[in-house]
Structures are given as C-alpha cells and as structure tokens.
Design a protein. Structure first.
Lengths: 254, 428
C-alpha cells in the first residue's frame, strides 16, 4: 500500500520522469539548427561596421557538405566586391587553399592566415562545435537574445577537444525551449575574448528554423561589428571531389 | 595575391587603444552589444551580378630613372582586362580571358604600342556526376606553388606578351595560355590529367593584335600530371613533360602545412635539354641533364604579416664565371637576360626571394606587398614595394622598384635604376 501511495505522489509531482538533456545533447541540437545536414549552398552578406558606421560589405557564396569525420568542408566563392569576384577559398579540415582564377594560382593557407580574414567568420556559421569541443553544462540563465527578447537559456562551457580547434574555449547560450543557439563567446588560449556572436532572425530554411543573421562583435574592440546575413539557402549535390585543390580551376558558379 | 594577403586584417598599431578597450570592455559590454544589435545588414547581392564578366580598366603613369642617361623618362600604360566563365547547358562551360595594354614607351622602337593578350579561350565538357572533364582551346595550365620561380610550370615559356610590372603575381595574371587538348579525372583526394599542345605556328608574332600562337604553340608538347593529397597537411604533384625533340623531363612539387602559422613549398624538375645560353644564341645545343629547384616557407605572424623566404636554383643557367665571361661580348649579357625573362626562367644559378605582405598596414584598406630578389651569384638585388589602397570599386596603387648592383651584374645591367609608378584601377 505504501508503494502505491509513493507512486501516486510521484505522478502528482511531475508526471512521468523525463531526463534532463545532457550538455552533449544540447550542443548537438544547437549545431543541428545552425547546420543543414545535407550538402547545401548559402549566400552570405558580410557588413562591417566601425563605430556604427558601415565601412565595408562583402558577399560570398558558401558550398558546404558534412564530412564522414563529422565536420563540415566548405568551398567559398567571393561574389563582391568586384575586385574579388570569382576568387575561391577551400577549407577541408586543415587542407586550406586560396585560388585566384585570373593568375591560376592555388595558394595553401595556414590556419593563422585564414583566421585573418572574413572567411574565418564562416567558421562561426558552419562548424559542428560538438565535433571539436567538449561541452559542460554551466547552469541556466535568463539572457537577452539578438532581438532584445528575454530567453531562458542553457549555458554551455566548451573546451577545445582537438588540437586544431579554432578557439581554445567557447561559452554558448542555447534556448531551453527549442535548442536554438542564441549567443556565444569565443576565447583564445590566453582567455582573451575574441568575439561575441548573436544568432538571430530565425526562419524556416532547409527543413528547420535556422538563424539567418549573426551579429559578430570584436572582443577587443566592441565598436567593430560584422553582420553576417544568410540568404538563398539551397540543397545541392556537392560531390566530395569538389573539396580538393585540383577542383578549384574547374569550379563554375551557377 | 591573397593573395594570401586577401585575408590579412591587421590592427597591429592599435596596441594602446586595445589595452584601453580591454579594460573598458566589461563595463561597456552590455551597451556595446545593444548598439551592435541595432545595426542592419547591407542588402543581399542580386543573383544577376554573380556570373557577369569580370572587367576592369587600369591606368598607370610613372617615371623611370635611367642608369646611363641623365634625368628620367615618363612611362604610361592603359589596360582593359576582361574575363568570363559561364555554363552552356548542363555539361558545357566556356572560358574567355583577354587583356589589351596600350604602353608608352614601347618595348622596342617600331613595335606596336597596343598589345592584345588573348589569355584564354576554351570550351570544357564535363559529363554529369563524373569526375571526368575534357578541355579544348587556349588554356592557362599553370602548376607549381613557388612564389617567384616555377620549374614545374612547364607551359610558362613565351607566355608573356608585355611586362607591365615586376610583381611576380601580377605577371602571372597577364600570361598567355597554350592551345591544348586536356583530359582530367578527379577522385577523392587526387587527380590525373593529360594535356597535349600541338605545334600551330613557327615563330612569335610582333603584331600587337595577333593571337601569337607562335609564342605558345611553336612546337608539340605533352604533360602528364598526377596530383595526390598525401595527408590533410601535404599535397603533391608528379609531372612528366615531353617537349618535341627532347627527352622527357620529370618533375614534382609539394606543399605542406608545418604548423598553425607556417606553410612550406618545394618544386623540382630534372631533364636533359639545352642550357639557357644555347637557347639564347642558338648554334649547337649544349645538351645536359640538370635540375631546377625551388623551396620556400611562408610564415604568418601574430602581427598578421605574411613573410615568405624562397631559395631558387636553375642548373641550366650560367655559372658566375661564365656570366662574367659573357661580359666580353657587347650586349650578350643583355640578350641572355631577355631570353631568361621571355622563358620566365631564372637567369642566375641561384637566387633568394623574400616576400612580405600585409593587409591594413596603417589604414583598414591599405595593403602592403614588397619583395627583394637576391642574385646569390653576383650579389645584385631587385627591391619592389607596393602600397595599395582599396575603395569599393577603385584601387589606387604606388609602386616603387629599385634595381641594385654593379654594372654587368643581373640587376645592375637593367637600363632603369629606379621605376616609380602610380596606378588607378577601376573594377566594373
């Protein structure tokens, strides 16, 4: 009889028991929202601001596919400004190349070279963090999202788990309600804040509600802000043979 | 180039400001985020602009200080550059690339001031879903990761109709392709290709509007290339090249990621052919089996500067003693240098190149590129510096070149001691 009372009390308290998601599950769900699972292309418009004044704008198209390793490889074609139209950048793990169709030169890039430019912001957009980082749950917080609304969020503390991870550590806030990534802090080895990123303007794209804009705030100079706008998502047949140096001269934009 | 420098966005001169901001950041973080979140993106690009021909015009005015004549002479150039690559149906692709240069003064008295360089004009057929492709036409088939010298770039000789700059990267932009049939098969992590270029003309053309097939297709040539991704950090190519009337030349090149900040590259060829002196003056060919080699390292600093050091070797070039002996024949050294430039060959046996690039040198849109080329045989040097400022569709560039060396050295022999020019480039 005591057993029946105990069971009844448990049901009254909370219904059937539901395990809280682990940090790994939260991160994987947030990754799945940022990154379509099938090969896709997306147009990225980068707008740079300094002290709220627009100082630059670039457009590129990114062609990405998930590798068996669990990480994304990307072929980026520069669209604007006109001087850079047609130039390509390939990232397939640490196999990174820059290709200029005018002089036919394929130049291998070191990770440090690649980090210097806007293409590195693509890492913030298309990277499976769960693959390169070990997450730990650091509690729940009420935060303002990228559109100024209050959201209850899981706070994740990510540590680099592979030697070639771009950042030493990351703090990430993921919406408790729907696993949307809301905000992240990216840190260097020295614990210096490199960038703050807000994910916002969620829209239905390729089968899920995905962020169509990221606001990237420079960690050292918060007046330096880059907006990344994602438009024209398309599912595409992107063969693995695209993701190598020798394909670059044969790439043809559509 | 990016050039690698396309990526560089330096703020190295902002040290004091950075420290101040770092201290201030926590206090102002929330409001700074709020400010940032109120910003709006630029409008997304319209799809129509993406596959339009790439077109730019460039004008240059400058001054060349002669070694022998007093004062300096004016130089000028106007260039129109167009390139296009587009799909024709599902399987076909067309590529076209052309450049017109109007130059002053002309390369030699009586030669055309207007030079057209038909760089590429070819069709490509690629069956859907396969890694196979066939290309036919004038193709700029370039290989080799070297910065200033590319021994494995077998179709380089005779490919420059006009030399408008000392920048090795810009020189490659102007080079002519070779008419060839090329087949290539790609697979995951590698490719194999075969190219055959037939003989179409016997001699180069001085006519400024000529397609100048005599410069690029004056003999039959074939090239077999096997590319392999050895690991995530190492790529290589093995090449076998056959020039009509000569034994096959073997070559290899590779690039490797040494660390997060360093990339290495090497190129090597070995073949039996006439030395550069025989090629310059004709007569009985002095056939020998020798090597060409390039090896270099590019390091990117935390200050966001990319520095490349490259050693260059050409076993077919004159040794220092034979170069010195050539000075007894008036004009012979100059002809030898002219032939080495025409062939994009290394004139001395050994040379060293130091190349530096940095984006956002003092201003966000100001880029620096500079190099020094050392002739390790006669100690002469060529120094070149470029400062380029970008606006949205316009670049303003200052170039400065200094040829340093005693008379009868490689760079001391060049007619100009110093060349300074200002360039304006408008991109449509």
């Amino acid at each position: 009889m005591k057993f029946l009372y105990l069971m009844a009390a448990l049901f009254c308290l909370g219904g059937p028991a539901q395990a809280a998601p682990t940090a790994d599950e939260i991160l994987a769900a947030a990754d799945a929202i940022r990154n379509p699972p099938k090969p896709f292309s997306v147009t990225v418009t980068l707008t740079e601001f300094q002290n709220r004044k627009q100082i630059d704008a670039n457009t590129l198209t990114s062609y990405s596919r998930l590798q068996p390793s669990g990480q994304y490889s990307s072929l980026v074609r520069f669209v604007l400004p006109a001087r850079d139209t047609g130039k390509l950048m390939l990232k397939n793990g640490n196999d990174m190349w820059f290709y200029d169709p005018v002089n036919k030169a394929s130049v291998r890039l070191s990770p440090q070279q690649r980090l210097l430019g806007q293409a590195s912001n693509g890492d913030v957009a298309t990277v499976n963090l769960a693959k390169d980082y070990k997450p730990a749950l650091a509690g729940q917080e009420e935060i303002k999202d990228g559109e100024g609304k209050s959201r209850k969020a899981h706070k994740l503390a990510l540590k680099a788990a592979v030697p070639d991870a771009t950042y030493a550590s990351i703090e990430m806030w993921v919406d408790v309600e729907n696993s949307r990534p809301l905000k992240a802090h990216f840190y260097a080895e020295s614990s210096r804040l490199l960038k703050t990123v807000y994910y916002r303007k969620f829209q239905a794209q390729l089968g899920a509600e995905r962020p169509t804009e990221s606001v990237i705030i420079d960690g050292l100079n918060p007046q330096s802000v880059t907006l990344m706008r994602f438009t024209d998502y398309k599912e595409r047949d992107i063969p693995e043979t695209w993701m190598q140096r020798d394909f670059l001269p044969r790439f043809q934009a559509e | 180039m990016m050039s690698t420098s396309t990526l560089v966005r330096s703020r190295s001169c902002l040290g004091a400001v950075a420290v101040a901001l770092l201290v201030m950041a926590p206090a102002h973080g929330a409001s700074a985020d709020g400010d940032a979140l109120s910003l709006e993106s630029a409008p997304a690009d319209s799809a129509g602009a993406r596959n339009a021909p790439k077109l730019f015009i460039e004008g240059a005015i400058g001054s060349a200080q002669s070694r022998v004549l007093p004062g300096s002479s004016d130089t000028g150039r106007l260039s129109l550059d167009v390139s296009y690559s587009g799909k024709l149906g599902t399987n076909w692709r067309l590529v076209f690339s052309d450049r017109i240069d109007v130059i002053h003064p002309t390369a030699a008295p009586g030669t055309d001031a207007t030079i057209n360089s038909l760089r590429e004009a070819y069709a490509s057929w690629q069956p859907v879903g396969g890694g196979l492709s066939f290309d036919f036409g004038r193709i700029n088939a370039r290989s080799g990761p070297g910065y200033g010298y590319n021994p494995t770039d077998f179709f380089r000789d005779g490919s420059l109709r006009v030399v408008t700059t000392a920048d090795p990267f810009a020189l490659r932009q102007n080079r002519l392709g070779t008419v060839m049939l090329r087949a290539q098969r790609l697979w995951e992590g590698g490719s194999v290709s075969f190219a055959h270029a037939p003989k179409l003309e016997s001699r180069p053309s001085a006519d400024g509007w000529s397609a100048d097939l005599g410069s690029t297709n004056n003999r039959a040539r074939s090239l077999f290339t096997l590319s392999t991704k050895i690991s995530e950090g190492i790529n290589s190519q093995v090449l076998l090249y056959k020039d009509a009337g000569l034994s096959p030349t073997i070559g290899a090149n590779a690039s490797a990621l040494l660390s997060d900040a360093a990339v290495a590259h090497v190129e090597w060829t070995r073949g039996r052919e006439p030395d550069l002196l025989s090629r310059t003056f004709g007569g009985p060919a002095n056939l020998a089996t020798r090597n060409r080699f390039v090896g270099g390292v590019t390091y990117t600093t935390l200050g966001k500067t990319s520095i490349t050091a490259e050693y260059q070797y050409n076993g077919f070039a004159l040794s220092q003693s034979r170069w010195a002996a050539l000075a007894t024949t008036p004009g012979a050294q100059f002809l030898y240098l002219g032939e080495s430039l025409r062939r994009l060959e290394l004139a001395p046996r050994q040379a060293l190149l130091m190349y530096v690039s940095q984006r956002s040198l003092w201003l966000k849109d100001l880029d620096l590129a500079a190099y020094v080329r050392f002739n390790l045989e006669d100690s002469s040097k060529l120094a070149w510096v470029e400062l380029r400022h970008h606006w949205s569709n316009f670049d303003l560039t200052l170039q400065w070149q200094q040829n340093i060396g005693r008379p009868s050295t490689e760079f001391g022999l060049l007619p100009d001691r110093r060349v300074v020019q200002v360039l304006g480039t408008y991109y449509f």
